[in-house]
Ligand binder design. Structure first.
Ligand code: ADP
Length: 747
């Protein structure tokens, strides 16, 4: 704004005291009196014409000296109702009574144009409301109302106007005489109907301006001496019109206007606004008939809205029900959510969703990247809302996501835990939409030089604006669905947690049972096995000759079976004990552990002519030395066992922190990955997991020396007890590499 232009203060409109203008429209007369004497305290300046006396001559007189006695009787009879038909000097008037500023205000409006209005009033109401029940849907209802009001009042144009949350308004229905400009579909900025005008519309639902060109009649006295301001005319039918509003009407080419407030639960929902291009007086009875219409209309609108909401609610509940059942059937949300993405999104009519439960965000549909969603959650956690948060312009509130309007202009969030970044989030993309304003909304008023009165804008030509950066707004049903989802989710998570404790307990029990079983078996079966072995030895020594060659071989086999069963029992016993094992952590030198194991294997290595390579010294790590030595022993003895061909070696090595890792080890973040490599017989891929099962052997025992098939199962269990992992990378004929990592010391 350039310095030569005076600052334009739009709130000035909001401050104009439109109920204290101290004047009335000239088509009627106002008399305000107080006390049992009904002493006149304020009158309109136009009394001469009607009552034959100037205002000064009336003030201070009791009403009884001003109005004829029969008229006073009529007024008394009408005081409960608030209005009456009266006769004054042979003319018919409509008398309206209300209280204001401690005075009783009597307004007299000419009624001669419609002498039998009262008899017709009911018929008019009937005519007005009869189309309503037949209209289906909000649009049809509003249209029917606009047409009925125009038919009854004769205005050139009748519009139904609805306010949005920002008090901008949109013309939703319109009925107009041919040749009159249409405003249907146009938006009007909130400043067109400033705050105090809306407050008046809420208090006094009817407003007639019979002739916008006629000069207002001032009140006498202009100020109430005790209040030092004009009489409050909020409740007066004749209240004069603010100069700003008159100019607004003139700019639109409107001479007479009539507006009816549409109130829902006491709040202004919209207006029925009527315009005429010539002066037009609408009788009190017709105005009241219109008022009855607006009441029925708003009731029916509310009923329609409730019905639509109920239908929507049922649909969402069904969706939620399906979703909840699906989520409960899966063991983890991480697995279940992506499978049911369609339901999750349909629930709130979103295109993307995220669930933040403290780990990696679970994302479905189209969302910003995980890191940005996490940043958003951190920001949301600090926002002061209870459970549900929604915006259609996220970028304006949280600028880091402004560039993501194409996926996340709209955000609907439910808090899952107070003060923690745990949320269910839904996203909607930007929806560029065109709003047609009745004139440029940025310029609702023009400024006059040097602080003069405001002028409402002179142009009502449609002006189009493309609104960017905003998503389709979230409806109440969306918010409710989000909140209900929260409830369902809490249920699912709780039930899953219960299930998990139950499983863990069951698992703990089965470990304990396995241990107990193993102990019993070891104890109970060891003796008979021992017995079989002893018996076989005796048989062999004492009756060996009698058994013959065949018998000898069978006896050997029996002894071998007994011995192998014994070894398996030992292994089972050992394996089952690991469940209860307490590791004893310490800083262990891996080089030393490996050398100790190799020391024990010297004979076998020499026999198999297997060369051992350790390209660089192994590091020191935190672990339970005894148990990890057992792991090395198993891997090294296997590597020695399953050699083949001419090339016979074992390589022991590791990858340290920050060193590039072979692909098989790249997904582990532990500081060290150790390995034992051999160029031996190798293992087909489909057995890479099977070899870690208890008693699982791939090769005939006799071909490769003894072994129970429990070694790798025990080794893996030991490594996992350390928080690490043991796995193999191998192919037949290409040798095998066993890798293992160790986690950090727990606690
Ligand atoms: P075992 O006592 O039979 O060696 P393990 O549990 O140690 O039992 O090994 C299970 C099976 O895995 C072995 O029977 C063998 O088939 C296979 N296996 C283990 N290490 C190797 C290796 N270095 N090369 C080829 N196969 C191996």
């Amino acid at each position: 704004m350039s310095p030569s232009e005076p600052e334009l203060d739009l709130s000035q409109c909001d401050r104009e005291p439109i109920h204290l203008l101290g004047g009335i429209q000239p088509h009627g007369v106002l008399l305000a009196f107080r006390g049992p004497e009904r002493t006149l305290a304020v009158v309109s300046a136009n009394t001469q014409e009607l009552l034959g006396r100037p205002p000064e001559a009336l003030l201070g007189l009791p009403l009884a000296q001003v109005l004829p006695p029969d008229m006073l009787l009529q007024l008394d009879a009408a005081s409960a109702q608030g209005f009456a038909r009266v006769e004054l000097q042979g003319r018919a008037f409509r008398a309206l009574l209300h209280a204001s500023d401690g005075l009783t205000v009597l307004e007299l409006e000419p009624a001669e144009s419609e002498p039998h209005a009262e008899e017709h009033a009911l018929e008019w109401v009937g005519r007005l409301v009869s189309p309503l029940p037949g209209a289906r849907g909000t649009q049809a209802l509003l249209q029917a109302a606009a047409e009925a009001v125009r038919a009854l009042t004769g205005f050139d144009r009748v519009m139904v106007y609805r306010f949005d949350a920002d008090w901008h308004g949109e013309v939703l229905a319109e009925s107009r005489r041919e040749g009159v400009d249409g405003f249907l579909g146009l938006h009007f900025p909130a400043s067109d109907i400033p705050a105090q005008a809306r407050a008046l519309y809420t208090r006094n639902p009817l407003r007639l301006i019979a002739d916008a060109r006629a000069a207002p009649v001032p009140l006498v006295p202009f100020m109430l001496p005790e209040l030092r301001r004009p009489l409050d005319l909020s409740g007066a039918a004749l209240r004069s019109v603010s100069p700003v509003h008159l100019e607004y009407l003139r700019n639109m080419g409107v001479v007479a206007s009539f507006s009816l407030s549409l109130l829902q639960e006491g709040a202004l929902w919209g207006l029925i606004a009527c315009h005429h291009h010539a002066p037009l007086h609408v009788s009190h009875e017709r105005r009241r008939a219109c008022e009855v219409l607006t009441r029925l209309l708003t009731l029916q609108l509310a009923a329609e809205e409730r019905a639509a909401e109920a239908t929507e609610h049922t649909r969402r509940s069904a969706l939620l029900g399906r979703l909840a059942t699906q989520l409960e059937q899966r063991s983890s949300l991480a697995e279940a959510l992506p499978r049911h993405a369609v339901l999750v999104l349909e629930l709130t009519g979103a295109t993307g969703a995220a669930l933040l439960l403290g780990e990696q965000p679970l994302l479905v549909g189209t969302t910003p990247p995980a890191a940005e969603v996490e940043a958003l959650a951190t920001w949301l956690a600090a926002q002061p809302f209870e459970t549900v948060f929604q915006t259609e312009r996220l970028g304006a509130l949280f600028p880091p996501l402004a560039p993501r309007a194409d996926v996340a202009a709209g955000l609907l969030a439910v808090r899952l835990e107070p003060a923690a970044p745990r949320f269910a989030l839904w996203f909607r993309p930007e929806l560029p939409r065109t709003v047609t304003w009745g004139g440029d909304p940025q310029k609702p008023v023009s400024a006059e030089p040097a602080g003069a009165r405001l002028h409402p804008r002179a142009s009502f030509h449609a002006w189009e604006e493309t609104v960017r950066g905003a998503s389709r707004p979230w409806a109440r049903a969306d918010l409710e669905a989000a909140e209900d989802f929260r409830g369902a989710l809490v249920g699912v998570v709780l039930r899953q947690a219960e299930e998990l404790t139950r499983l863990t307990r069951a698992l703990a029990r089965s470990n304990a049972e396995l241990d107990a079983f193993a102990y019993t078996v070891a104890h109970d079966l060891k003796e008979p096995l021992r017995g079989i072995q002893v018996y076989a030895d005796i048989l062999q020594e004492e009756h060996g000759g009698a058994l013959g060659e065949e018998g000898q071989r069978e006896l050997e086999f029996l002894k071998w079976l007994a011995q192998r069963s014994g070894a398996q029992l030992e292994a089972l016993f050992e394996y089952s004990r690991l469940g209860r094992l307490e590791l004893s952590w310490g800083l262990e030198d891996m080089q030393r552990l490996v050398e100790e194991v190799l020391g024990m294997l010297t004979a076998r290595l020499a026999e198999g002519r297997v060369e051992v390579r350790i390209p660089r010294r192994l590091p020191q790590v935190h672990c339970d030395g005894v148990r990890i030595r057992q792991v090395w022993a198993n891997l090294l003895s296997n590597a020695a066992k399953y050699q083949q061909g001419e090339e016979r070696w074992i390589e022991v090595g590791f990858h340290g922190p920050g060193e590039p890792r072979p692909e098989a080890a790249s997904r582990y973040e532990a500081p060290y990955v150790f390995h034992v490599r051999d160029p031996g017989i190798g293992i087909p891929e489909q057995f890479h997991e099977a070899i870690f099962e208890l008693f699982r052997r791939l090769h005939p025992e006799r071909a490769y020396g003894g072994g129970t098939g429990a070694g790798l199962a025990i080794a893996r269990r030991l490594v996992r007890l350390h928080g690490g992992e043991l796995w193999v990378d191998s192919a037949p004929g290409k040798g095998s590499t066993f890798y293992f990592t160790l986690g950090r010391r727990a606690g």
